[in-house]
Unconditional design. Sequence first.
Length: 258
Amino acid sequence: MIDTSHPPDADHRSQARWFLAGMAQFFSLPALILMAAFVGFGGLAQASGVTLPQSVAMTGFIWALPSMVVLVGAIKAGTSIVATAIAVALSAVRLMPMTMALVPIVRDERTPKWVLYFIAHFVAVTAWVFGMTRLPSLPRAGRAAYFAGFATTLTAVNMGVTAVSWWASAALPPVAASALVLLTPLYFIVSLWRAAERAPTDRLALVIGMAVMPGAHAISAEFALLITGFVGGTTACFLGRALARRAEAASGGGEAGR
């Protein structure tokens, strides 16, 4: 039996046992929440005309759910390849600093570069949070295998979830299938709202973006996501700065009047 809560020193455990210990960490609340989101993605892909093999391949090779949703939306809208590539690339830019922060924690002086390249593929929010919180307490010699065990299991299971939900969406009544499709956007909205608990400007951007989306889609279905993100983020940034200056001025005036 492998103790995954307090792993022993890496000298007493092979890389295979570290990998298995990481796999055991799959049974967690964040992983279950992500599985629910992929249930929605399978329904979304099926409703958008994406085939079962294509949907499963997206999960395995793209992995980051926002990029997958952007790609499916572009396919459904008939967006050009160039515009689709730009939209997917922009949605994945956020993963670069996350990877740069995680790699120094994962690697050991003996970790081959190909292992780091392999691990970098699985960097998305759930796996990144897992790595940043769990790996620092482990011996460096076992971190790469431990993270790989968790991340590959998470990806493989969600490839299966995508396949099952795609098939179920095709077999379910239209109302139930629509409910599956709604799981993914609800997951994103709730996750983004909770993540922005201490950043009111981010919440403002989310609200403005949702308000702008119908108009952006009417203007250009191909670039609706780009327009929404640009308008919502830029407007929220300027409004946030203006509100902050107003609050500082009000607070300064109150102190001066004392």
